[in-house]
Ligand binder design. Sequence first.
Ligand SMILES: *Cc1c(COP(=O)(O)O)cnc(C)c1O
Length: 497
Amino acid sequence: MFISTRDDNKDLGVTFQHAILNPNAPQGGLYTFFKLPLFSQEMLQSFQNLSYKQLCERLFSSLNLNLNPNLLQQALQSYDSFDNPTNPAPLHTLSKNLFMLNLYSGPTRAFKDMALQPFGVLLSSFAKTNKTPFMILAATSGDTGPATLQSFANKEYIKVVCLYPSGGTSDVQRLQMTTQESKNCKVIGIKGDFDDAQSALKYLLANKDFIHKLNNLGISLSAANSVNIGRIVFQIVYHFWAYMSAVKNGNITFGEKLSIVVPSGNFGNILGAFFAKKMGLPIHKLVVASNVNTILSDFINTGVYDISFRHLIKSKSPAMDILKSSNVERMLYFYFGAKRTKELMENLSTQGKYSLLDSELALVREDFSAMSCDDTQCLQSIAECFKNGYVLDPHTAIGYYVAKTLQEKGVIDKSIILATAEWSKFAPSVNTALTQGQILESSQNICDEEAIKTICAKANCTISKQITDLFNKDEVQKDVLDVAKLESCIIEWLKTF
Ligand SMILES: *Cc1c(COP(=O)(O)O)cnc(C)c1O
C-alpha cells in the first residue's frame, strides 16, 4: 500500500498501479511506502546468488508491489539493451577503500535509464489495461528528458511532452531530445533554468483548465519525474546489487558496512539507498554530495532547509543544479510522520524555509552525512582521477571529491561512489579539466563533438555508439517557448493525432 507523505490515513492508501498513474497524492504530498520490509542477515545472505533480475523480483515481492510476474519480466528485459545485460550496474574497484558503481551503461548514458527503462514498460501496460491514454509531462535538467523519451518512444497509450531549460543542457543532452523522431514525443525548450521548467510542469499539473482540455481529448496526465514512486522502486535495487557485488569481488566481507556517496539533486537516487538501508542493508553513512548549490548538504549539516535567500547557480554539474529537492519529503515522512511533514512543507511554501529540531536533526545525521564541492574542486578531481585511468563526468567527480575528503577526515571508511553519467555527456567541462585543471574561458567555446574527440585521443578510448550516432541525426524538435505559450502548444499538438 502507498500513502501520502502528508496524510497517511490508511483509508487513503492506494495500489502501486494507482500511485504510478496518479502521482499527486492527497494534501499535496507524494506517495510513499506505508511500511518497509526488514531483512535479516540470513535473508540478505540469500540474495548473494541472485541475478540482477531475480534480485529485483525478490525485493519487489517483499515490497508487496503485486505486479504481474510476466509484466515485471518484460520490464526487466529493458536491461537487455545495456552494455552487459546480466550486469546493468557493474561495480569497479578504484582503490582498497573506494569503489564506483557504474549506473550509466544504458541507452542515454545516465543513471536515469536504470529506472526509466523498466518504468516505461509498466506505465504503458497500465495505461493499456485501463484503456486510458496517458500523457507524461517531464521537466528535465538534461538527463531525465532523454531517458524519458527513450523509455516511452513508440509505446502504446503514452504521449510524452518533455520540457528542458533552453541553453541549460549540454549539446549531447539536447541532441538526445531534439533528434527524437518518435511521433508520440514532443520536446519543448523553456526560456529559463531548470527550476523554471519544473515550475512550469507543476503549474500545468495543477491547472484545472488544462486538465479539462486534456480530458476532453480523452487523455489523462501522469508524471515520470523522480517524484513518481514507480521510479524510486527500481532505484532501490542497485544499492543491494552494489553491496552484493562488493562481497563477491572480495572488497568487503558479508555484514561489513559500506558508505554510499551520491551526487544528489532531486534526492531520488539517494532515497533509493535510504530505503535500502531501512530494509536492513548494512550501510554506514548515506553521503549527500552537493555542488555549489549547497541546499542539500547545508540541510543535512544544519537541519535548516532555506531557499528564501538563495538563487540557483549554474554549475558544471547541471543535473544537480536545483533548489527544491522534492524527494526530501519522503525522507521527512519516514522519520517524522505525515503531520510533521505537512507542517514542514507548508513552512517551505509560505516562508521559503523550514528547520528541524535538534533532536530531529540528530536522527537524520545517524544515517546521513553531507558535503559540497565547487566547480574548481570538481575539475581538479576529474584531472586527479584521470591519472589513475578513469575519466569521470562532472557529477561523478563531485561524489569522488566528497568521498575522498570525508575518508581523509575519518567520517567514512569503505565507500561506493555512484557514477551517475558517462563523461561523454559533459565533454567540454571534462576537456577543460584535463587540459588546465581549472576553468579557462577560452576552452569553454569548444563544442561537445570536438571535446569528445580530444578526450578520446588523450585517454586512448572510444565512446558508445549511442553518443556518436547523435551527431549525424537531424534536430527535428526545435520549439523554444515562453512558459505562457506552453499550454496552447501542447493542446494543439495533441489535436493532431
Ligand atoms: C539526475 C542526476 C543526478 C541527481 O540525481 P537525483 O536523483 O536527482 O538526486 C546526478 N547526476 C546525474 C548525471 C543525473 O542525471
